[in-house]
Ligand binder design. Structure first.
Ligand SMILES: Cc1cc2nc3c(=O)[nH]c(=O)nc-3n(C[C@H](O)[C@H](O)[C@H](O)COP(=O)(O)OP(=O)(O)OC[C@H]3O[C@@H](n4cnc5c(N)ncnc54)[C@H](O)[C@@H]3O)c2cc1C
Length: 424
């Protein structure tokens, strides 16, 4: 916001927001009435995202989308307190829920683009994101580059004022529903691996880009594999400087691991509700009075609160610009370690009821799905081991992991690995 402009009075802002919400948005039904299967089928996801787009459009038209984002790009240009005030007012209303795009588009990709893309690109792109017209997925992991992201082999070659991309990406969450993807490519093979990388924004309907959903253990097609065959993108879609993609990667990983939405910057005023889902499971299984079960509930409750408090600290550091990938790793590691434990507690409490259920009962599959999805956060966006490495090296100042390939040109690293594989 321009410093010479006066900010709206907070009380009036709140009052207007409450009035607007009452006029334009639906009240959230009680949790029982809104329970639905956690199994996200293709059809379910399609409908969920279409509904979210329509609600996002309403927010945009009402001036409540991108509250803290720059006015130049269609946002409201207001300080964080206004975003928090709006979220508080909206607590009991149905807000847009874009599934994983809530984080990939709004918390990670677009903030990174705002930092590194050209103003011309942002001026046409961001208002459409804020209006719910464009959702952005992440094309960074490859079959042979995940934890070692600097080892990507998808190639972008300059051709006049455009780039031609060839290669394969994998594990791109919800790419089949995305409008654009943020793609990490190698643009120079003759320098060490961290120095020859460049990011691009790529329209998902580009000629030569094939996106194939992958079905998971739950049956849900949440991921895709993506094939880039001579996909041409204009230089104007580049995110950051040519061959300086590692800087962009760092800002992406910080957001991916530690960033939080403005709601997380609200102080955790207390320990909150006593794990409602687990209490309900214990009641249903007739175990609520069992002292061992009660201890499990207390453990889950304590950890839920610690997780929120940690998220709050990290979000505050993000807001103050104090975050690095090492500090961000604490929040990610906590969730990566604790989520599978919580999921297991759920199964232990619910017993056989967690494993078999009546499909007609809304939400009855939640415990089993939480268990099957329990490892997700310990891998996505950097495994627990990589978070521990980050904390060890960047926070505790321990010696760096030995490396054989960070100072050699990437071409030579590939030649070496061919030699180890007996291919020379
Ligand atoms: C739910 C989910 C969503 C995802 N969404 C996306 C997405 O939208 N876009 C995208 O591009 N990718 C996505 N991914 C991919 C994800 O980022 C990678 O799976 C992750 O970075 C790990 O890489 P990898 O699977 O190649 O495992 P690898 O890197 O092959 O690791 C295998 C094992 O080796 C360990 N290991 C590797 N290197 C080290 C080391 N240096 N020190 C100690 N241990 C090590 C790892 O911890 C792991 O246990 C997603 C993954 C999941 C699970």
């Amino acid at each position: 916001m321009n410093t010479t402009e006066t900010l709206p009075d907070m009380n009036i802002y709140r009052e207007n927001a409450r009035r607007w919400l009452a006029e334009h948005m639906d009240q959230r039904p009680s949790s029982d009435a809104s329970a639905e299967s956690g199994l996200a089928t293709e059809e379910f996801l399609k409908k969920k995202i279409a509904t979210a787009r329509a609600l996002q459009r309403k927010l945009f038209d009402g001036g409540y989308s991108g509250i803290t984002w720059a006015k130049e790009y269609g946002g409201q240009g207001l300080p964080l307190e206004y975003d928090v005030a709006f979220l508080e007012a909206a607590e009991h209303y149905v807000m847009p829920d874009f599934d994983t795009f809530n984080s990939t588009t709004f918390d990670v990709c677009v903030p990174v683009m705002l930092e590194h893309s050209s103003p011309e690109f942002l001026r046409s792109f961001i208002p459409k994101v804020l209006a719910g017209e464009l959702l952005v997925c992440q094309f960074f992991s490859e079959p042979s580059a995940g934890s070692d992201l600097a080892g990507v082999r998808t190639r972008a070659t300059r051709d006049g004022d455009q780039w031609v991309i060839n290669g394969q990406k994998i594990w791109s969450t919800l790419a089949q529903f995305a409008d654009w993807g943020m793609c990490l490519t190698r643009t120079n093979w003759d320098v060490p691996k961290h120095r020859g990388l460049t990011w691009f924004a790529v329209p998902c309907d580009s000629a030569g880009l094939t996106i194939r959903p992958i079905r998971q253990i739950t049956g849900s097609p949440h991921f895709c594999e993506d094939f880039f065959d001579d996909v041409a993108v204009p230089d104007g879609y580049r995110i950051g400087e040519v061959n300086n993609g590692w800087t962009v990667t760092q800002s992406m990983l910080v957001r991916e691991r530690g960033a939080a939405r403005s709601a997380d910057t609200m102080s955790p005023t207390g320990p909150g509700d006593l794990v409602p889902d687990l209490v309900a499971a214990a009641r249903k299984a007739g175990q609520l009075a069992d002292p061992v079960v009660r201890q499990k509930l207390a453990r889950a409750h304590t950890n839920d609160y610690v997780s929120r408090a940690l998220g709050f600290r990290i979000a505050q550091m993000t807001a103050q610009g104090d975050l690095n990938t090492g500090v961000a790793a604490y929040g990610k590691l906590f969730k990566g370690v604790y989520t599978p434990i919580r999921a297991r507690i759920g199964v232990e409490i619910a017993g056989a009821g967690a494993m078999t259920w009546d499909p007609a009962t809304p939400g009855a599959d939640a415990t089993a799905l939480a268990y099957l999805n329990g490892r997700l956060i310990s891998i996505a966006g950097g495994t627990n081991e990589m978070q521990r490495n980050g904390i060890g090296e960047r926070v505790l100042g321990l010696p760096r992991e030995p490396s054989f390939d960070t100072s050699k040109p990437f071409n030579e690293v590939l030649l070496d690995s061919a030699h180890w594989n007996g291919k020379d």
